[in-house]
Design a protein around this ligand. Sequence first.
Ligand SMILES: [Zn+2]
Length: 439
Amino acid sequence: MENLTQGALNEIIKQYAPKEYNSIIIDNAVAIKRYNYCYIEAFVQRIEYKTERRSAAIDDNLAENLRSALGNDNKPYVKISPELVEQFDKAPRFTTEDFFSSTKKKMAELMNGGREVDHHHLELAVERNYIANVQSPYAVKTDCSIERCPNCEGKKTVESTDNQGNATTIPCPKCKGNGNIGTLAYFIPKVTDKKTSLTLCLEGEIDGFPPSAIKALIDEKPLAKRMLAHYNSIDYEAFDEALKPYLDIVRDKTGEGNAIEEYYYKIIPCHTFSYRNILTGELKKGVVVNPSDSPEIVFIGNGDTKLVNRMKDSAKLVSRFFGNIGRSSSLRNKQDLKHTVRLMIATVVADGIVSEEEKQSLTLAIRNIDELTSKEQEEMTSLLSYENTGFLTDDDYHFQDIANANETLARMQEIANSDGLVHETERELIERLKLEIDA
Ligand SMILES: [Zn+2]
């Protein structure tokens, strides 16, 4: 993104804030300084593994349940039913420290608090494309065991002599007559969700220009893009370059997601300038926000900071939409893209004459659509001079990809509704495109 020259800055203020422009003197001696504000929305899912271990005296039935649950394959973990865990909980505890202490230590080492769990071996439950909050337990196979009771050797009973000296057979007191000692070592994946939104500026902050002023400019909320996914057999990390410098700061708030990270972000260039009030001579600061997209001028006053943007909402929305086209994954089809741009321009033209400032903003936005050649960009900008939608042809309603038609329709409806009243011509355009989609 290029820097703003003093001349261009003066022009923008003159066009977008003509009234204010006439009552101030812009101080050219103070250099324009650029600040990149970044608005970020983050959603992060983390998985931790809560390890548990139950040693119990188990009967032949439960021994068989455990044996079949563990199966014969080579996977280190196996999903087990919560009922199996419950059965172990109900079975009499078996406590012979020396029998189990080495196992206990080994398990702690293996699980290492869950950090060593390889997600490829799990099949986590997924709900609507996110990791579900309730998950099944997984047995750690190497640490589960089924042994014969060392006291009765699995016979369930032992010989005992009563206080009269008679030998009798009694249930084995160690295994309570169950005959087997079972160990169920398992973990339960615990999923935590974290969400945050924040505005950051790595260049420091502009005094008197609160981040909330930036937040107010974020009027479209597209879905966040998934940039990290490590669960089940999915494995990827693809962070947008522009987001990377901010990641550590965001992750301070959300924690690093070891399963899913999704981000929506928007970088909003802000350029500070200095000006004097003609009457008082007082030196003040102002900010030009988003000069190449849909500029807003902020005059930082003494408690009366105000935002000036004289564009009608339809022009603002279209301008922003054009500004984002390059980053959206849809609209890859060149022919469809041209139709979209033409229909958008028609929608702006339909609700009244396009003012000079709107024309300028839209022209800049069209010039930023890299997918169009400069000749095509010129063709598109020339349409802004029309006072009606007469430049549209039947072909403009015909899309090769239905998804592009639907996306365009949704945008047109949004734009038509933005000024409150839907104009007759806007309604006609929308109805016409709808017919084409349904055909
Ligand atoms: Zn026993």
